[in-house]
Design a protein around this ligand. Sequence first.
Ligand code: ADP
Length: 225
Amino acid sequence: MLPGVRLVVLGKQGAGKGTQCVRLSHHYVVPHVSTGDELRGEVKSRTPLGLRAKEVMDRGELLPDDLIMEMVKGRLGEGDTRARGFILDGCPRTIPQAEALDRLLAPDRLDLVIDLEVPTAQVLKRLASRRVCVDCGTNYSVAQPPMVNWTCDVCGGEVVQREDDTEEAIARRLDNYERQTAPLIAWYTERDLLVPVNGTGSPDTVTKRAIRVIEERRAAPGRLP
Ligand code: ADP
């Protein structure tokens, strides 16, 4: 089996992070850890955290760093992620989260941070037509719906538009991304961890590009295991 990987994927809303992270997690046989999916699970189960998170998420705002890092700490402390690694999607989203993640992983560190690059005009188009399964989070679009009547091809769940995919919430999320998450690109570049990947083109093309950069890093001396 391929060695695992400890990977963070950054990218604007609609850049295709979710889709690519699922594919990379299958390829490297490591868990896909998505803070957005975990939070949506809490909302769906109406847990105290979910009830608190829903309103903030629907407005397109960020949840407090401490709360997110507590959730991530729990997930990264489990046996599967400790053994083979993880594909982390949606965290870190602020510099304090990146610092907390570093502390959490020490003495290990991340292997690589991929920045999935897609122009804003294109992500706006993708977000307007995005539809998602409420149960397993599989993404569809108006142009590529599930085979049968908005029922998920993977799990049979209902496929809907996300409540935070309104024009107003999208604008706020993209604005937050520029202000709070984009600075992570410089932060990880300084630490020699960041690799940009062109996120335009078909999902297959983008996955191949991502795998190529991970393997290039692995091949570089003193880099990945
Ligand atoms: P998107 O990237 O499209 O905003 P996600 O599914 O990653 O979607 O996240 C949905 C929402 O969950 C965010 O808008 C935010 O409210 C909350 N969230 C997810 N991850 C984080 C995080 N690391 N820090 C703060 N809030 C988060």
